[in-house]
Design a protein around this ligand. Structure first.
Ligand SMILES: [Zn+2]
Length: 352
């Protein structure tokens, strides 16, 4: 039964919701929070990354439809609502020089068009809290970076009655979080596997992470009871994962013992917060009539941003390292799919 709280998770492709923040969204849904996952694109330019399904002609004939069915199954497993924003996958450009992005794709749509589409969904669903990716997109896929840009623009605009006046009544969500990669969680899993005499798949990633700017990750949501749901949801995206990939082999008891949380970075909060925190709704619970607060107009700065009680420090830009094919582990890539080809997406792979 609904407890009156609403959470919206904005993702780039179907399957991202199952690899980033899946267990915590399942936990919130189980607690009675209304959770809405928004997929900005249909994942149309994804490859089939499950070796067992690679030569399946039925799947290859209509991958988009297959992915819609996979997404519906994952949503059911996680207990969340789902909507498509309706834009087309940009794919991950590969080659040197990089080819131009395909015409009509999400990343090339005018920002006003994509923002209005998300504002409409926000004003309709009325989330109190939104999650998205950080300014690097978690990793540099054009759709992930655009998901960040559009979500932040929609967060600013949704509560402004003068912005997109035909897209519904103003509604100001109170917080935005970045979900995704948690180096700390990976390090803990890595160490615990070594301590148990197991081979850790994380060694190369740890090397590659050295020297990267640290992010201010202060929000740790306990959700170990939902790791099975997370894995089942990811497996539901059968074309996008290798079910025999290493990720599914990390013992559940080890995960629950050393890394029972999913971690978020608080990007913006309009209400005062105390960090670290363990709940995406912290600071909102005691703030009074939350729906009335989200409907009220908020003070804005000169750039039109709602005046925030907390804004995350912006880390120096992360250097994007060249693809190192030698150290790219197929299993890791298969952990999360969609057209990423040979790109090093290790950061995504451990995001959940
Ligand atoms: Zn993605």
């Amino acid at each position: 039964m609904s407890n009156g709280w609403r959470l919206m998770a904005v993702h780039a492709h179907p399957d991202d919701e199952s690899s980033k923040g899946a267990a915590s969204t399942a936990k919130y849904a189980n607690d009675g929070v209304d959770v809405m996952v928004v997929s900005c694109t249909g994942g149309e330019r994804g490859d089939i990354l499950n070796p067992k399904l690679k030569d399946n002609a039925d799947i290859a004939r209509d991958l988009s439809e297959v992915r819609r069915r996979e997404m519906a199954k994952a949503a059911q497993i996680l207990g969340i609502k789902h909507t498509w924003l309706g834009f087309v996958d940009s794919g991950l450009p590969e080659g040197d020089p990089l080819p131009p992005l395909p015409e009509g794709c999400f990343a090339l749509e005018p920002i006003g068009v994509t923002t209005e589409a998300l504002v409409r969904v926000i004003r309709d669903f009325k989330p109190h809290v939104i999650t998205t990716y950080d300014e690097n997109g978690g990793y540099p896929h054009p759709d992930h970076i655009m998901t960040h840009v559009v979500t932040m623009a929609a967060f600013r605009a949704a509560g402004d009655p003068d912005a997109f006046p035909h897209a519904g009544e103003a509604w100001q969500p109170q917080k935005v979080y970045y979900s995704g990669f948690s180096p700390n969680r990976m390090l803990k899993l890595h160490q615990a596997m070594l301590d148990r005499g197991m081979e850790s798949p994380f060694g190369d990633w740890i090397k590659r992470m050295e020297g990267r700017p640290e992010r201010a990750i202060h929000t740790h949501v306990e959700c170990g009871d939902f790791f099975e749901a997370r894995d089942d949801a990811l497996r539901a995206h059968a074309t996008q994962v290798d079910p025999d990939g290493f990720f599914f082999a990390i013992p559940m008891d080890l995960q629950r013992e050393v890394a029972p949380t999913e971690d978020y970075e608080l990007a913006v909060s309009l209400v005062p917060v105390e960090l670290p925190e363990s709940d995406l709704f912290a600071g909102l619970i005691d703030s009074g009539d939350i729906d009335a607060i989200c409907q009220a107009s908020v003070p804005r700065d000169e750039e039109g941003n709602p005046v925030a009680a907390y804004t995350a420090p912006v880390p120096p830009p992360a250097s994007v390292e060249p693809v190192d094919e030698e150290s790219t582990d197929d299993d890791l890539r298969h952990r999360e799919g969609h057209s990423d080809g040979e790109h090093d997406e290790s950061e995504e792979q451990v995001a959940s």
